[in-house]
Design a protein around this ligand. Sequence first.
Ligand code: PAF
Length: 287
Amino acid sequence: MSASTLPDVETTIAGLRSRLDAARAAGSTVALVPTMGSLHEGHLALVEHAREVADVVIVSVFVNPMQFGPTEDFERYPRDLEADRATLSGHGVDAVFAPGADEMYPSGPVATRVSAGNLGGMHEGRSRAGHFDGVLTVVAKLLNIAQPTIAVFGEKDAQQVFLVQRMVRDLDMRTRIDVVETVRADDGLALSSRNAYLDERYRRAARTIPDALEAAESAADRGIDAVIAAAQGVLMGSNEVELDYFALVRPDTFQSIDDDYHGPARALIAARVGTTRLIDTTLLHLA
Ligand code: PAF
């Protein structure tokens, strides 16, 4: 494939499998980048990594109905396959796997699901009931369909990454999960497809989220109370940002940390800016 051509599109499971079987028979390794489309530089960083670690790169584009709650933005989630192909053009992607819901769920939502367990109901999962079961179920399906050597995910969705890694371990899946650092805009906001919902005023307000994480990082050498106070202080400075949760968890277990904990911690933020819900995260070291 020449670097500047649009990637091919596979819309069927059979089509993708036969392409990848042929690639594997020729000795190629495969990397999968699972996405819901509306691709931006953050996704391109995942693609770049995929290209470095495998011979064949597949980007899946599927807005998975199973991971959206009834009041969430499934209907309005941006969908433009041609724009996504154009974004990927020149980035060495071999094919986009863009199945319809009929292809992924021919009999409607599947009865067999992967459960995210207790952690699936905490932090992000507390605000989005059933979300992580939907994510794990579709990721398991995508890994079974493509059987990639490596699948690449973004650090911004830290709880998703933790749960996918645990699923792969728990269910003895053969795919290696690689994680790529969050890409940020010049103003610090983590790139996200949902940033497209923000008008200028809300976009300005949304910067409070990375600012709060930065404040948390700066306070880390003064301990957990100082971190929480620093983050909350920044978040309370904006009337347009409604905090859903700020949490500090152990990176190795994703459990909330005790008051006397010292060591590496992951800070998680979810907040609503106008009608847009955004998440962000950073690693810090609690003294
Ligand atoms: O992170 C996402 O875009 C989605 O949750 C994923 C992993 C593609 C599953 O639908």
